[in-house]
Ligand binder design. Structure first.
Ligand code: SF4
Length: 426
């Protein structure tokens, strides 16, 4: 029932978001830093504004030719001695993981919203594997047993004081530290996580990653990062498995460069510490030009291309949502997000997240209250590098929800009041 869904969502958004002083403090610190950094990044590299217009065209083309690009990307990956899989649904993707991974493995994982979408870590843990998120924010979220609240900064809503507490408890148990961490000493917190994860990369059986873009012509995945955790979890274990949403595929490697450049600029970086390009498993031809796989890096590369509602999103007229680069700008600019963090959403966040949640995670009924939380102020569209019309899609989503009877009671009552008022005026 929609009213139960709304009740549960409203309680959560108020309890963990709007009412929480801690969330507001953590968010205001992060939003201020983000705004300064983005202004700086675009000020130094103003050409990114024009590149963003090109990227919009690349995305328009790619989404219209998704089937063709999936086929081409798979052919390229196989040509590079990787293995390519297409998963129509979440269940199909998890089955592929189950077949490849099995149980009893040590797994290091870098940040991937697509893997969050299918609850991959939890699934692999249930199979009996030891899985570590290696992105610092994701690692904190994993230890806290919560979920990411921002697409770039998963623990954005967690103040340093809470981070110190959760890390102290875990690291003392693991024998990494003896004393509690000082809650103002962020470098020490980072150093402690580094110390703990360091040997996991080299002991791991499998590394898992997502991608920011995938070039169909070469089969090359682009992965932007700053911490160096992605390149370690991709490079050190003998087996690498990537999960990539089909909307990330673009025709050429030049297109993928443009997509990633615009993504990091708008994600507030003049330049990220690392951009990883991976086209196949590790190889060498240094002995008599005999190509041998698994030189230093992974011997095997598996790439799972995930649909899970993306084609339906396209067919249902929500194309623009598929252009999203996950740069995070719209979240930092959103007045609702500023007081509620990722609790304004189910698994994806903010106005753009309402569309993604409707098609890929929780369905239209549970996405309906998110669509009604959005005030459609339009700031997200203005600030989005691709000018994605989120307010327009929110209106369409509300309309689709209305047709299914998923309008929250508070909105139904309000509509009735307006109707009566109009009658009285006649
Ligand atoms: S909708 Fe636009 S601003 Fe928001 S994350 Fe996607 S690309 Fe960035």
């Amino acid at each position: 029932m929609i009213d139960d869904v709304v009740k549960e969502y409203t309680e959560r958004i108020i309890e963990y978001g709007a009412k929480s002083e801690k969330v507001r403090i953590a968010l205001s610190r992060a939003i201020k830093a983000f705004e300064n950094n983005r202004r700086n990044a675009l000020g130094m590299f103003p050409q990114s504004i024009d590149t963003a217009k090109e990227v919009r065209k690349i995305k328009e083309y790619s989404i219209e030719h998704m089937d063709e690009l999936i086929k081409k990307a798979c052919e390229s990956i196989e040509r590079n001695h990787g293995h390519c899989y297409y998963a129509k649904t979440k269940e199909e993707a998890l089955q592929i993981f189950k077949d490849l991974v099995g149980s009893g493995k040590l797994i290091v994982k870098s940040k991937s919203l697509t893997s969050e979408e299918i609850h991959l870590r939890e699934f692999l843990e249930e199979l009996g594997n030891e899985v570590y998120e290696t992105d610092l924010g994701e690692f904190i979220v994993q230890l806290m047993g919560t979920r990411p609240t921002h697409i770039l900064a998963p623990a954005i809503n967690v103040p340093r004081e809470d981070v110190a507490k959760v890390l102290s408890k875990f690291m003392k148990e693991k024998g990494i530290i003896e004393e509690d961490l000082d809650e103002q000493d962020i470098p020490k917190m980072v150093e402690t996580v580094r110390k703990f994860l360091r040997d996991k990369y080299f002991k791991a059986d499998i590394g898992i990653n997502g991608a920011n873009a995938l070039a169909a012509d070469t089969g090359t995945m682009f992965i932007i990062e700053n911490e160096g955790n992605a390149r370690l979890s991709i490079g050190a274990p003998p087996v690498q498995i990537a999960i990539v949403g089909v909307e990330k595929i673009v025709p050429t490697i030049e297109d993928a460069f443009k997509v990633t450049e615009v993504t990091w600029r708008y994600a507030n970086y003049t330049v990220p510490a690392y951009v990883n390009l991976i086209s196949g498993p590790s190889k060498t031809g240094d002995i008599e030009k005999v190509i041998t796989y698994g030189a230093h890096g992974p011997k095997e590369l598996h790439v799972i291309l995930l649909d899970n509602g993306r084609t339906k999103m396209h067919e249902s007229g929500y194309n623009e949502a598929l252009y999203c680069l996950r740069c995070g700008t719209c979240l930092y600019e959103c007045p609702i997000y500023a007081v509620t963090a990722g609790f304004f959403g189910q698994q994806y966040m903010g106005g753009i997240g309402a569309i993604w949640d409707a098609f890929t995670t929780v369905g239209l009924e549970k996405a309906s209250p998110i669509a009604y939380t959005c005030v459609r102020c339009g700031k997200c569209k203005v600030m989005c590098p691709l000018n994605i019309d989120i307010p327009d899609m929110i209106a369409k989503l509300r309309n689709d929800a209305r047709k299914q009877g998923y309008v929250p009671k508070v909105v139904r009552d309000f509509a009735k009041d307006i109707e009566e008022f109009v009658k009285e005026q006649k």
